[in-house]
Design a protein around this ligand. Structure first.
Ligand SMILES: *Cc1c(COP(=O)(O)O)cnc(C)c1O
Length: 457
């Protein structure tokens, strides 16, 4: 399988090169040249496979330049860190099914992709005989999942900037108690925007970037999307007929993986797109209004996003795989902050997605009501999804809601909703007495560069 850029400037590269490239060199996003169509009897054969074996079957269609034996090993290793034997179990709660994606090391769904990406990077770097320094900024979730994906890996170091004293206590612990020598937590005396600004400036210094072989692990890496495709296929195979899957959405990464799975299997009727008050994607699906708003901070912070970095991938298909149109649309969006769509295009969108949004009050209310009715405690991100899934519920299809985080990661919101904190898993309790590895630095690009040059691999 070869890979192309949504903007037409890259083509004919293999899976390994696409993973190492991350963002396409022409500014676009990488996609496989074609989406494999799975036959009925193939899917039937996969129905009872354990998660790791299903992952192997799905991924090998896309990762054709890695030997089957090596791919198997990478997958085994990636999901051995999950604490549930089924990796991502499906449970029923009330009218809906919940796909629990939070049994990885940081208790959020990002582990599914980042455990895989860390092992894949290590494998590819070893093969090429080179090394890499990962650099990123985080407001919480992505950073800790990235650290747990990269820690202890050969030929790699990771530098993650977070705003000093401005991430949640659990997220802070999950990052700073990692003892591996290749992990550098930089607590910046400033805001998340300051952290992001510093990272951007460093990546723009091409000489520095090359000298220290800097790389990123952001949600546009194709390997992350691919790892997420697997659990949609997994969920669909638990049922006889087509299902609907509800996805609490931020960067459009998770739900785009669902779109690929829908096209591959034809076992998903519609993807239910759920947003919080940052609802640009809901406005797009429901009214064709894709216009930029201001970012509103909410109790589901990992979805507080306006410009969804993976949306361009869907545009590529919506525009009939025409890279020239994608390029023009992205230029227009950069200039005007909005895009418009034809009636015919919106009709096509409505065959892929239905959507809704939840205010913070509705989110808290959903946590409360769902707990009262089913005894199941939702985290605030998952609750946004469940609110929308119940609103759009149809008897015709089993509805699967993706649970993107464990409720214990957001104890305050849960307590506000149900009057008590969720039980703290032992894996989190164990962090409270561990020593911390963190460096507090001023919000200053030069100081961060100096730190990287002294510690880079
Ligand atoms: C990142 C994240 C999301 C949003 O996922 P996208 O791929 O950005 O759409 C939702 N919930 C949680 C808990 C997350 O960490």
């Amino acid at each position: 399988m070869n890979y192309i850029s949504t903007r037409g400037g890259v083509s004919g590269i293999g899976f390994s090169d696409a993973v190492m490239m991350g963002l396409a060199t022409d500014g676009g996003l990488l996609l496989p040249e074609g989406i494999p169509q799975l036959k009925r009897d193939t899917l039937e054969k996969w129905r009872h496979l354990p998660y790791q074996e299903l992952a192997f079957e799905v991924m090998k269609l896309f990762a054709t330049d890695i030997t089957e034996e090596d791919l198997k090993k990478i997958i085994e290793k990636s999901y051995s860190t999950f604490s549930h034997p089924e990796v991502v179990p499906l449970v029923k709660a009330g009218k809906v099914y919940i796909l629990e994606l939070f049994y990885g090391p940081t208790l959020a769904f990002k582990d599914v992709a980042l455990q895989f990406l860390g092992n894949l990077f290590e494998y590819l770097l070893e093969k090429k005989g080179t090394s890499m320094n990962i650099l990123g900024a985080t407001s919480g979730d992505t950073g800790s999942a990235a650290i747990h994906g990269i820690k202890g890996k050969k030929n790699m170091s990771i530098f993650i900037l977070h705003p000093h004293k401005r991430v949640s206590p659990i997220q802070e612990l999950q990052m700073t108690t990692v003892e591996d020598k290749n992990v550098f937590n930089l607590a910046i005396e400033g805001t998340f925007d300051d952290c992001q600004g510093i990272v951007k400036k460093i990546f723009n210094d091409l000489e520095f970037k090359e000298r220290y072989r800097l790389g990123a692990v952001n949600s546009i890496n194709w390997a992350r999307v691919l790892a997420q495709v697997v659990y949609y296929v997994w969920a669909a195979l638990k049922f006889e007929g087509p299902i609907r899957v509800c996805v609490p959405t931020g960067n459009f990464g998770n739900i785009f993986a669902g779109y690929i799975a829908k096209r591959m299997t034809r076992l998903i009727d519609r993807l239910i797109l759920a947003t919080n008050e940052n609802d640009i994607l809901h406005r797009f699906v429901s009214k064709g209004d894709y216009s930029l708003g201001k970012v509103i901070p909410t109790i589901s912070p990992s979805m507080d996003i306006q410009v969804a970095s993976n949306f361009e991938r869907y545009l590529y298909y919506l525009y009939g795989e025409d890279p020239v149109r994608v390029r023009k649309a992205m230029e227009e969006f950069a200039k005007t902050g909005k895009l418009s769509f034809s009636k015919e295009e919106l009709e096509r969108v409505s065959k892929d997605f239905i959507s809704g949004s939840a205010t913070q009050e509705e989110t808290l209310n959903t946590i409360k009501e769902f707990y009262r009715e089913t005894g199941y405690i939702l985290d605030p991100h998952t609750a946004v999804g469940v609110k929308v899934a119940l609103e759009l519920y149809s008897e015709e299809y089993p509805t699967v809601c993706l649970a993107t985080a464990h409720p214990a990661k957001f104890p305050d919101a849960v307590e506000t909703a149900i009057g008590r904190k969720p039980d703290t898993p032992d894996s989190i309790k164990a962090l409270f007495n561990k020593p911390k590895r963190v460096w507090v630095l001023p919000s200053d690009v030069e100081r961060v560069k100096e730190f990287i040059s002294q510690n880079a691999i």
